[in-house]
Write a protein that binds this ligand. Structure first.
Ligand code: G3H
Length: 543
């Protein structure tokens, strides 16, 4: 039964029989499989158990439920995966990188129904592996399928523009986008499907070949997709590696065979991976890293709206979103009322298992995360902040009941680190310049949310904050979507811009064929186009 944050009660199932039959996950036998060179193989080497954040009782005590096993590969298998991707790319001469755009699109279109066919399995694994609620797990899956469809449309549009010839200063040219090489894709545990695919799909469709490594939590859910990849793409175009990042990702980078690093995770790991590459100038990086997005509550803010958006923005999926609101600055004049309403809203959140209807707070997948959050809260308490909401900060196994901290100070650890969990520090301020100064000093700069009604006062903040972060939200929470909007960050928040269309650019480079516009060259170009001899030099229109 779900409970309220304000009234913690036992919420974990005492036995598997207490889980509704259609939500149970039998031991997942297919986890120890991998895809290299177009073949899905069974892994016979050492494996690691995938454990759920959901604890289940076994007659006495509660244990993190064991879901299945996944391969713990070594550097040798990682190199094998890389070699397969390199063969498929063949220094840009392979079938995939030289294929026509229309044909590559056809492969991705074939992939779509195969992905859709495993929706229920992937959604259930998402719930059990990372504790995502059923509606959010479905949303992540459907959003990913939409992203693939939108990517196909965006590439068609891009190709339609590129299929024209440019005539300039005595030259005739065709300008297109070409692939870059082998891409290493590493997604995060909070969006293990979506954030892996938002780099993997654009990378693929632009003609690159890919090695991808699923995150530790959210690893099994990729298994049902391996056959879909194998059936949809030529051998070696998509390959998987599993295991500890330092064991498999390091050797991939050190060999210099990776041309693009697409990584969503911590700034520290990104820096490590980048520096392992022997020719960093040849490496393109597409990074989604850390964030400490502030919400600013101005004196004339609609407090009901601000509370609703801050609660959602800070605590959906337990605050485990890079775009989550991770610190609130509230004008001192409205701080007591805002805090009272915020504490009530957080206290009313529903805590429970991912499949329970209306549940909002669920178990956390990262090892010892509740204990780490407790340390942050204890440190803030020692500095004079207190937990405002009843039951906030309670730990029950892998559950951490969300805590609103007030008055927090910018110097406190909880205001400086990315908590990536259900703890929300609220800092009172007197002058907006204090918020701007905080943002200037912050090592990250992704988004901010402003709550207020005074257009002039908002404008002043907008004009300074757009140079500190990359998206300023007015009277609404921070978020990535709609996925056609640019998603990026400054400082240690990101490198490169992702959106449906930007991602196509990030994973490709402009290249052109140009000729002096004279009779001979015009005849050659015409013959190439009319005879459809080239996949690059073509005026074919993709419908
Ligand atoms: O974790 C970062 C995600 O890209 C955030 O996406 O704002 O749609 O939850 P979202």
């Amino acid at each position: 039964m779900p409970t309220r944050v304000s009234a913690p009660a036992r919420v974990f199932p005492a036995s598997l029989e207490q889980v509704p039959p259609d939500m149970r996950l039998p031991y997942y036998k297919d986890g120890a499989r991998y895809l290299i060179d177009g073949r899905v193989r069974t892994w016979n080497g050492p494996c690691e158990e995938a454990v759920s954040p959901v604890c289940v009782g076994d007659g006495g005590s509660l244990h993190r439920h064991v879901l299945g096993r996944y391969p713990m590969m070594t550097a040798a298998e990682a190199r094998e995966a890389l070699a397969a991707a390199q063969r498929a790319y063949d220094n840009g001469c392979g079938t995939w990188p030289t294929m026509s755009v229309a044909d590559r699109i056809r492969h991705v279109e074939e992939f779509l129904p195969r992905v859709a066919a495993v929706r229920d399995e992937v959604v259930r694994l998402l719930m059990w592996e990372i504790g995502k609620t059923l509606p959010d797990a479905r949303k992540e899956f459907d959003r990913t399928v939409d992203y693939i469809r939108d990517t196909i449309q965006a590439l068609k549009e891009l190709d339609r523009t590129s299929s024209r010839f440019a005539v300039e200063q005595g030259f005739v040219a065709q300008i297109r986008r070409s692939p870059l090489g082998v891409v290493l894709c590493m997604g995060p545990y909070n969006y293990p499907l979506n954030e892996t695919f938002t780099t993997l799909i654009p990378a693929l469709i632009m003609g690159n070949t890919v090695v991808f490594k699923p995150p530790k939590h959210g690893v099994l859910l990729h298994a049902p997709l391996l056959q879909a990849f194998a059936d949809s793409f030529p051998p070696g175009v998509v390959n998987t590696v599993y295991g500890a990042g330092r064991v498999v990702a390091g050797p991939l980078m050190e060999g210099g065979g990776v041309q693009v690093l697409a990584f969503i995770g911590s700034a520290q790991v990104a820096a490590l991976l980048k520096h392992q590459h022997p020719q960093p100038n040849r490496l393109r990086c597409v990074l989604g890293l850390e964030a400490k997005n502030p919400a600013v509550i101005l004196p004339d803010a609609d407090l009901d709206l601000a509370v609703k958006e801050c609660t959602l923005g800070a605590l959906s999926f337990n605050g485990q979103r890079c775009t989550a609101i991770k610190i609130v600055f509230v004008h001192r004049s409205v701080a007591p009322e805002f805090c009272r309403r915020l504490a009530d809203a957080v206290g009313a959140l529903s805590v429970g298992m991912p499949w329970e209807e209306g549940v909002q707070i669920t178990p956390l997948p990262e090892d010892d995360k509740p204990q780490w959050l407790k340390k942050l809260v204890d440190d803030a308490a020692a500095g004079g902040a207190r937990v405002l909401n009843a039951g906030g900060g309670t730990i029950d196994q892998t559950l951490y009941y969300p805590a609103v901290l007030y008055p927090a100070q910018p110097e406190m650890e909880v205001c400086q680190v990315e908590q990536f969990g259900p703890v929300l520090p609220v800092v009172p301020y007197d002058d907006e310049q204090q918020v701007v100064d905080w943002a200037v000093k912050s090592p990250v700069g992704q988004q901010a949310s402003l709550f207020g009604g005074d257009a002039r006062r908002l404008s002043q903040l907008i004009d300074t904050l757009v140079n500190q972060v990359c998206r300023v939200n007015i009277n609404s929470q921070c978020q990535r979507g709609p996925d056609v909007f640019p998603f990026t960050g400054r400082k240690d928040s990101a490198e490169g811009t992702l959106s449906v269309s930007d991602a196509l650019r990030v994973f490709s480079i402009r290249s052109l064929v140009a000729a002096k516009a004279n009779e001979v060259n015009e005849a050659i170009v015409s013959e190439i186009v009319r005879g459809r001899h080239s996949n690059f030099l073509t005026t074919d229109f993709i419908f």
